[in-house]
Design a protein around this ligand. Structure first.
Ligand code: ARG
Length: 457
């Protein structure tokens, strides 16, 4: 009996193993980088006399043809090959014959894939950086337009002290600016070329690694062949930076969702970025903001996944590392999509300035300033704090703001109150008097340095 299905079982297993092992369904994403890397390699082999000039030209022309044909769609990458490297080499040999078989001289798929991934990630670091820059430009515009838009600043999601929308958005400007700093650092650290590391121990051919590194726009070659083929730190660093970008986007989205709620009505998300409900006709839901918030988990997942994959890998290359790709590609595409959509959403969002300032006024956000006013009149801060606490209680019972009390009423709490109290605790004063570096009253400097930063970076 066993023999009856034994043959079939083995065959099935072979197919399963093949599919399990293959990576072409996802590593075709870097066909361009794979071919660019091969062109640099082959030029170097020619220059070093490892290949003849004729072979070099044939291979280079063949590779360029494959690149063009894949890009134009007349050559389709199919899954009959194990990975993108085998596909390119097979098509090349099919097209140019014997010389094609020499492409892989002095190279292993281990240094080849290390190079491809690095080239791919390097491009994506730059592309992500550009998207973050566009977001910063959109944020700066909102800041410039809202230096006088008073709103409540929160701690514990309770109204705390008045700020301006410019100031609030300025906080995100700083966050995304740091994100760009991280991307920059990653680029600087990762921009070294692993090509020429071979399988793990270099090769006996006289390869010119400086040459290929320069050809491919790297600062230079990586310095240890075993590290070169097994280093995925830069992918982890990038995923970490992407996770932080998502964390920032998600926090902002959370605020937008709150601000967009019926209770707040601080903002109105443009129709193009909201959706309706299939049952409740009155609804306009902040789906895009919710999705960005939701997708954050997915990007964190990629980071955790790769960290976990890498943690038990002995030197040098191990097939586990093939797992670096799908989640990374997905994370990159997710973050880029989120950045573009978020920038669109925030640029078209309406800010209800009146609602915001009304809310700031209604939340006793000037209580600190009222206490500080009394301090200015010689009352010790601890006493002033107690007096204003009682004033606030009085106001809450009556459903009024501190500013709504007349002077006689105020004087029953402390004789130190004078007519100038109203000016001292107006929302405008509360904001404008906070002049320390980085405080809401300092917004013009903040905007100025933000503009300068965007010009220079
Ligand atoms: N598909 C492989 C990867 O992504 C390419 C390297 C294969 N190297 C090997 N020795 N099997 O890692």
């Amino acid at each position: 009996m066993a023999q009856l299905w034994g043959g079939r079982f083995t065959k099935e297993t072979d197919k399963l193993v093949y599919n399990f092992n293959a990576s072409i369904s996802f590593d075709q994403k870097f066909f361009k980088q794979d071919i660019e890397g091969s062109i640099a390699h082959v030029k170097m082999l020619g220059k070093q006399g490892i290949l003849t000039e004729k072979e070099t030209v044939e291979i280079e022309t063949g590779l360029k043809g494959i690149l063009e044909d894949v890009e134009s769609g007349c050559l389709v990458i199919t899954d009959e090959y194990e990975d993108i490297h085998s596909f390119v080499e097979a098509v090349l040999t099919e097209r140019i014959g014997e010389a094609g078989k020499k492409l892989h001289t002095g190279r292993s798929r281990n240094d080849q894939v290390a190079l491809d991934m690095r080239l791919y990630v390097r491009e994506e670091v730059t592309a992500t950086d550009e998207l973050v820059k566009s977001l910063l430009t959109a944020l700066l515009k909102i800041m410039e337009e809202n230096t006088e838009t008073v709103m409540p600043g929160f701690t514990h999601l309770q109204k705390a002290q008045p700020v301006t929308l410019a100031h609030h958005v300025g906080a995100y400007f700083e966050m995304f600016k740091r994100d760009r700093g991280r991307l920059h650092d990653i680029y600087e650290r990762m921009n070294y070329c692993p090509l020429g590391a071979g399988a793990l121990a270099g090769t006996t051919y006289p390869l010119d690694r400086e040459y290929t590194a320069k050809e491919l726009g790297f600062y230079g070659p990586t310095l240890n062949s075993m590290d070169s083929v097994s280093d995925r730190d830069y992918v982890i660093e990038f995923l970490s930076a992407l996770s932080t970008i998502m964390m920032h986007l998600s926090r902002f989205c959370e605020e937008i969702i709150i601000w967009n709620s019926n209770e707040y009505q601080f903002v109105e998300i443009d129709d193009a970025y909201s959706t309706g409900s299939s049952i409740m006709p009155q609804k306009k839901n902040p789906d895009i903001a919710e999705l960005v918030r939701g997708k954050t988990g997915r990007v964190y997942g990629a980071l955790t996944s790769l960290l976990t994959t890498m943690k038990g890998i002995p030197l040098a290359y191990n097939k586990d590392m093939q797992e670096d790709k799908e989640l990374t590609f997905d994370a990159i595409d997710t973050v880029k999509g989120c950045l573009a959509l978020f920038t669109g959403m925030i640029s078209t969002m309406k800010f209800n300035k009146d609602r915001m300032s009304e809310s700031a006024r209604g939340g006793y956000t000037n209580a600190t300033d009222a206490a500080d006013y009394l301090v200015g009149k010689g009352v010790p801060f601890r006493d002033a704090h107690g007096i204003i606490g009682r004033v606030v209680l009085y106001c809450i019972e009556r459903g009024i703001a501190i500013d709504d009390m007349n002077l006689a009423e105020l004087k029953t709490f402390s004789p130190a109150f004078e007519e100038d109290v109203y000016d001292a605790i107006s929302m405008e004063t509360c904001v404008n008097k906070r002049l320390t570096i980085g405080a809401p009253g300092d917004i013009m400097h903040e905007i100025e340095s933000a503009g300068k930063y965007l010009e220079e970076n």
